[in-house]
Design a protein around this ligand. Sequence first.
Ligand code: ADP
Ligand code: MG
Length: 224
Amino acid sequence: MTAIVEVDAVCRHFQRGGERIVALDAVSFRIDQPSVTAIAGPSGSGKSTLLAMLARFDQPDSGTVSVGGERLDRIAEAQLDQYRNRRLGFVFQQFNLVPSLTAQENVELALAMHKLPAAERRRRAAAALEQVEMGHRLHHAPAELSGGQQQRVAIARALVNQPSLVIADEPTGNLDGKTAQQLLELIARLQHEMATTFVIATHDQRVMDMAQRVIHLADGRLAA
Ligand SMILES: Nc1ncnc2c1ncn2[C@@H]1O[C@H](COP(=O)(O)OP(=O)(O)O)[C@@H](O)[C@H]1O
Ligand SMILES: [Mg+2]
């Protein structure tokens, strides 16, 4: 069976001044079923470094990463944008919406790679925003939305291309408890409806509680 994600003996170190920092130390795991998988661990444990590998923003010193059966180190530079845009969705702690664009325009940006007529792009963006219960805020700018609403827009943007994998880095980190809980319920529903896989880096216990699977990292190593 082709794994959705396969991480095999991945090592990554950074040099800071004279210091050698081991960010990931022989990390291996597979994700076989569409799911919400949490990558849990304290600050500095290697979570963001691991997510960067899945998007091929960064590459291991040794070891391999495959997504959907494809070895990421074998993707040519010219194909990387296509890999990220069509196969992945991204959600960040800071939402990362373009401030000068409306909610709908922010979601449309993720469709820019497809040669779609403008009306179809708008329609798909509106449908994605409906899915996250933001259909009543299509024309609002990010500054006119609450944090929880901005994160919903970011989720619509991440999902509009129907990616097989959504990578989220501390998505609840800037939300209050109740808003975080609502966002997690939304993610659980969307994961189920779209049969996509979310990999969420977090130190939020609520995320670990809702995830089907929790992979613990400590000092760059898998921990029990
Ligand atoms: N570009 C970098 N240069 C130097 N050190 C880095 C760099 N990126 C991450 N690190 C270090 O690698 C370790 C893991 O970082 P990170 O993956 O960001 O952890 P987390 O996301 O779990 O907080 C930390 O010690 C961090 O300081
Ligand atoms: Mg991090």
